[in-house]
Design a protein around this ligand. Structure first.
Ligand SMILES: Cc1cc2nc3c(=O)[nH]c(=O)nc-3n(C[C@H](O)[C@H](O)[C@H](O)COP(=O)(O)OP(=O)(O)OC[C@H]3O[C@@H](n4cnc5c(N)ncnc54)[C@H](O)[C@@H]3O)c2cc1C
Length: 495
């Protein structure tokens, strides 16, 4: 008999919604807290920059039981994703579980000696504390913006210059007739640079530290989901926990793998003209692939070709009046400086002593299956296994976490087993695959299948692969198939 728990879900984005549904479905009493006035997280409308669209194709960015509408484009726009998340919440009546405009300020172990946590909450001027038996952290990796400043910024702003974080670029009219400089190498940086160039900016400079591999929506005319998202590709990367046999096989096939990736690089260089723009990355693509690999913003290379965007490798050294001086010595006149420098990873409402159990001195997270830490009982993360198909990843881990919380995993790990696995994963990231250290090591890409295989095995799924081995080997993680695999896990109800 599984006891019904009172469960807090922090965050009302993709992950919080998946978690609320998974715990509610098992019969727990879920109370969700979202500090914004609306669901959606990064897709909430007031946080989205114009023209934002998914990197993932729509059938790789949806919950297993709720495909995106047929009339959505292959890569839906931000407002469409936002509407989709609302339709998912409506389908599962998740609104009734959430308190919006409610911020979680901190969490402490319960003082009454019972398992669980006490949350300190605030809604407007109302502050209170509430006890929970289990806490799901779904507050995302992109909730607190990274703020950086450069010498001379005050004088730049006093002279009429504007400096903003990428998430504050919500109205393209601010760049009309302005000289715009965008700092950052991510997709948000290129999305904003292209948007500014298309919305009447007088000039657009795009400044980034190092060129990285960027994947176009169509590689050699083929939708990238049909080329890059399959087991057959994934098996060519150096995954964790490889046996002696699989290492021997990898050594045997090394020349073929090498040729495959050099072929892909050659194709990308030719298709995008990377050499012409000094944008050929130094690191081989197979070593670089992780959650940080951006998709090419449509129109980026066309704008570079037409000179409507000029690229500069380096970073800002300082502002000098209305000029920005770059580390490479270039000087660029600017009216608007947009810093696409990302987000601070963390769980700011978790007090320091707990943070020390969670995060290693080098910033790597100690989390088993990217979700739980044996030294922080009665809590777990959903959405910290980010990927190239984050909605599915969130749903998978939410279903895993509720079983973990209820002691219902087919393979319920002990603290010692979890710590051993955590150490193995940390060692793999530090010594074999440095690209996996991105975002504190909280990224499951490009090992989607391996991660999902582990979760399904832990949950005791009777079905974990499609019956057609060719389809399984050569097609992307299909949400319908994963819906069936989840349904094949042992079911139960708390009560
Ligand atoms: C522009 C952009 C495009 C992207 N495109 C893709 C894509 O194509 N494919 C893909 O796989 N991923 C993509 N991502 C990654 C994206 O972050 C995830 O897909 C997903 O939306 C993350 O959802 P989440 O719920 O984990 O986090 P978020 O969306 O960040 O939601 C977290 C929520 O928690 C709330 N919160 C935070 N702290 C508190 C607190 N203390 N109290 C209460 N509430 C709190 C926040 O307000 C927020 O609503 C993209 C990200 C961005 C920024």
């Amino acid at each position: 008999m599984v006891n019904r728990k009172k469960v807090a879900v922090i965050g009302g984005g993709v992950s919080g919604l998946a978690a609320a549904k998974a715990f509610d479905e098992r019969g727990h009493r879920v109370v969700g807290f979202e500090r914004s006035h609306d669901f959606g997280g990064v897709w909430e409308l007031s946080r989205s920059y114009p023209d934002v669209q998914t990197q993932s194709p729509k059938d790789l960015y949806c919950y297993t039981d709720h495909p995106m509408p047929e009339d959505y484009p292959e890569w839906p726009k931000g407002p469409q994703v936002h509407a989709y998340l609302h339709s998912y919440a409506a389908k599962h009546k998740l609104h009734r579980l959430f308190q919006l405009n409610t911020n979680v300020r901190s969490m402490e172990r319960r003082a009454d000696g019972k398992p669980g946590w006490t949350l300190s909450l605030e809604a407007g001027s109302h502050n209170w504390t509430e006890d929970f038996d289990f806490v799901v952290i779904g507050s995302g990796q992109f909730s607190d913006k990274n703020i950086i400043t450069h010498p001379g910024q005050d004088a730049f702003e006093a002279a009429g210059g504007q400096v903003m974080h990428s998430c504050e670029y919500t109205d393209p009219s601010i760049v009309k007739d302005k000289r715009v400089v965008v700092l950052g190498g991510s997709k948000s940086a290129t999305d904003i640079a292209v948007n500014a160039a298309n919305n009447g900016a007088r000039s657009v400079h795009w400044v980034y530290l190092e060129p990285v591999w960027r994947i176009p929506y169509f590689v050699g005319g083929i939708n990238f989901k049909r080329l890059l998202y399959m087991r057959a590709q994934e098996q060519q990367f150096n995954a964790w926990g490889r046996s002696g046999v699989s290492r021997a096989l990898a050594a045997l096939f090394k020349p073929l793998v090498w040729a495959n990736f050099r072929g892909l690089e050659t194709l990308l260089k030719a298709q995008l003209g990377l050499k012409k723009y000094g944008m050929v990355p130094k690191i081989p693509i197979e070593k670089d692939v992780s959650c940080s690999v951006p998709i090419v913003t449509p129109g980026l290379f066309e704008a570079l070709k037409a000179g409507r965007i000029k690229n500069i490798q380096g970073t800002f050294d300082r502002y000098d009046g209305k000029t920005i001086q770059m580390t490479g010595g270039q000087k660029v006149e600017a009216d608007v400086s947009i810093l696409a420098v990302g987000w601070k990873l963390g769980v700011p409402y978790l007090p320091q002593p707990y943070q020390e159990k969670l995060v290693e001195p080098d910033g790597q997270y100690r989390v088993y299956r990217l979700s739980v830490n044996p030294d922080l009982p009665d809590m777990g993360f959903v959405g910290f296994n980010s990927s190239f198909c984050t909605v599915l990843s969130a749903e998978m881990i939410a279903n895993w976490l509720v079983r973990y919380a209820d002691g219902q995993l087919a393979d319920q790990p002990s603290a010692a087993q979890m710590n051993e696995n955590i150490e193995m994963m940390l060692n793999w990231k530090r010594t074999e695959r440095p690209a996996a250290k991105i975002y504190g090591g909280l990224c499951s890409a490009p090992f989607h299948f391996k991660h999902f295989d582990e979760l399904l095995a832990d949950m005791g799924a009777a079905r974990r692969k499609r019956s057609n081995p060719l389809a399984e080997q050569f097609s992307y993680p299909d949400h319908r198939a994963y819906g069936e695999f989840l349904a094949s896990c042992p079911q139960y109800q708390a009560g």
